[in-house]
Design a protein around this ligand. Structure first.
Ligand code: N01
Length: 549
């Protein structure tokens, strides 16, 4: 019998990516009896599972790092502006070791079900292997992009070559030098791997359903002065980042495009383009709310595609027209468009060339046959809800998350779900999550949850649950804010549009990290307005008698 079999933990965290590792540390420091369970055999979350060639982050590494510890900051040195996967994974492992967390993590433990006993007020988790765990509270740190999307493409089951999803890259090196390789998908993953695969493969065929806007990373090694500047100003810089809408220190233009002289608009876009990274998207403050501004920036980016690609026909195929720029995630790449100038690269643009089927040794379209030995699915994820719904989450009172979310996810502030007491979600739907610097957001959420747990423990563990009315109002607000922007004009994974049969609903909160975190603070300070504590609302910060506390 394992030590977990008879134990009742204060909290169990599911997942040990950036969120789970920090949450475990934070809750242990706060005195809770807490463990984490992890499906993989190491920490790292998406940075553990994803290992495809070219993977690196598209947020500056100095910002895509924990803010809570001066020691971690001082002892780690990021090598490049956009750190590669191996370095980010090493950093999370370093944090877990430095904070001595491994003894508190149960690896190789994929949770299959979570059942809340409404009478005993205890969650029971059961792993796929049959191990069980019990806790008063569970914290879902399962990640927004952790369940691969494997679309049912006609004939794919007949393919006899090597089939690989980007998230399940094989441990052994894939030797591609004598292979015809095809990649399906041109989102951030495809854009990162395509230039490297093209260098290695005998021939590379790219299957594009919707072209991406891609900006140049201009990745480079950090110099000592930059690192030192961050060390000296770390706290202030992180505070500044928290007060922005993306949680990242982009150079935010403060004016709408119409308020800037036409010649200055283009000059500023050019300057930002040369600087590299997503900065080119932040020149005007109305990119996502004004169609004209959006078209101005989109035209600028389409012009860059025309300049980069030698064949005008191919350039045209690579140009996105069907959605406003920024409403699907803009990719940050290196030599992405230039790769299509290579002799060993072909582009199948599904807008103009109909896919007939995948065959045992290639791809057949209306225009011809493309031989393929290795087929790579860069087809993304069942985002934001996939990992939560992969676990059968239910209560003895008869609620099932799969039923409750049948028409799309509903949360209060992304943190709690009505009907599911004593369960927290980290960067859930309805929070800025994937529209923000994820590391900054997961730290915020784990801080908020830990403070909430302290509040509850001091009151002898009353139940804690989102009020259905507050949840409905928050969801209306999330929808309203999204409707004031252009984000619903794209068939994006933010809306679940990439997964067959998934309900279409814009999931992240686009009101900004700054606004969201201020609201979370108000909620906590008011005695958790919008949550039922011990079955009832605590109003105006004045606690009432708790029903069961
Ligand atoms: O996935 P995606 P991703 N037939 O969903 C296409 C983060 N990330 O793994 O656009 C043909 O964006 C699909 O086409 P369409 C980042 O947040 C970050 O690339 O749906 N094609 C699309 O082209 C990112 O946004 C980093 O029409 C099909 C592609 O597959 C998120 O993860 C790196 C298809 C999927 O693109 C997801 O990125 C990597 C089908 N049936 C990822 N189904 C960095 O930090 C799907 N597609 C840099």
């Amino acid at each position: 019998m394992t030590e977990d079999a008879g134990a009742l933990y204060d909290a169990i965290i599911i997942g040990t990516g950036f969120a789970g590792v920090y949450g475990l540390h934070r809750m242990r420091e706060a005195g809770f009896r807490v463990i984490a369970v992890e499906a993989g055999d190491d920490v790292g979350g998406c940075w553990y599972w994803n290992r495809y060639p070219g993977l690196r982050c598209d947020v500056d590494s100095l910002e895509y790092a924990y803010a809570f510890s001066q020691e971690l900051q001082d002892e780690w040195r990021w090598s490049e502006r956009y750190a590669p996967q191996s370095e980010i994974h090493a950093y999370i492992k370093f944090a877990a070791d430095r904070l001595e967390l491994r003894p508190h993590i149960r690896f190789n433990t994929r949770i299959a079900s979570a059942l809340y006993d409404d009478v005993a007020q205890v969650w029971s988790l059961t792993s796929e292997a049959g191990d069980s765990f019990r806790a008063r509270y569970i914290v879902m740190a399962t990640g927004c992009l952790s369940i691969p999307n494997k679309p049912k493409i006609k004939g794919i089951e007949n393919f006899e070559g090597r089939l690989v999803h980007s998230m399940q890259w094989p441990d052994e090196k894939l030797v591609l030098s004598d292979k015809n390789v095809a990649v399906i998908g041109t989102g951030s993953t495809g854009v990162q791997m395509i230039p490297l695969l093209a260098q290695e493969a005998r021939h590379l065929t790219v299957v594009q359903r919707t072209p991406a806007f891609c900006v140049p990373a201009r990745n480079q090694p950090w110099n000592d002065a930059r690192i030192e500047y961050w060390r000296q100003n770390y706290r202030d810089l992180r505070t500044m980042a928290r007060n922005t809408r993306a949680g990242v220190l982009h150079e935010y233009g403060m004016l709408p495009a119409a308020a800037v002289r036409p010649e200055d608009r283009i000059a500023d876009l050019e300057r930002r383009w040369v600087k590299g990274g997503p900065n080119v998207l932040y020149g005007f403050n109305d990119l996502l709310v004004n169609e004209e501004t959006n078209k101005l920036v989109a035209d600028f980016l389409r012009g860059k595609i025309a300049q980069a690609v030698n064949d005008p026909e191919i350039a045209k195929k690579l140009m996105p027209y069907e959605y406003p720029v920024g409403t699907k995630r803009v990719c940050v790449g290196t030599d992405y468009y230039e790769t299509y100038n290579r002799d060993n690269v072909s582009l199948i643009d599904l807008r103009s060339e109909k896919l007939q089927q995948i065959e045992k040794d290639g791809i057949r379209t209306d225009d011809g046959f493309y031989p393929v030995d290795v087929l790579i699915l860069a087809t993304g994820y069942d985002a934001m809800t996939g990992a939560l719904l992969a676990i059968d989450i239910s209560t003895s009172a008869g609620k099932s998350l799969r039923n409750e979310w049948g028409r799309g996810p509903e949360t209060y502030m992304g943190l709690g779900i009505a009907g599911f007491p004593n369960m927290f979600v980290v960067t859930g739907p309805g929070s800025p999550s994937v529209f923000s610097n994820m590391v900054l957001s997961v730290e915020h959420d784990m801080d908020w949850i830990t403070e909430c747990l302290t509040f509850l423990k001091e009151r002898d563990w009353p139940t804690f649950e989102a009020d259905p009315a507050a949840q409905a109002a928050w969801m209306d607000h999330v929808d309203d804010v999204a409707r004031q922007t252009l984000v619903n004009k794209a068939a994006s994974w933010y809306r679940g549009a990439n997964v067959d049969g998934k309900p279409q609903k814009f999931m992240p909160y686009v009101g900004g990290v700054n606004t969201y975190q201020a609201r979370c603070r108000e909620v906590a300070e008011s005695g958790y307005e919008g949550f039922l504590v011990g079955g009832r609302a605590l109003q105006d910060g004045r606690e009432r008698e708790l029903a069961d506390g």
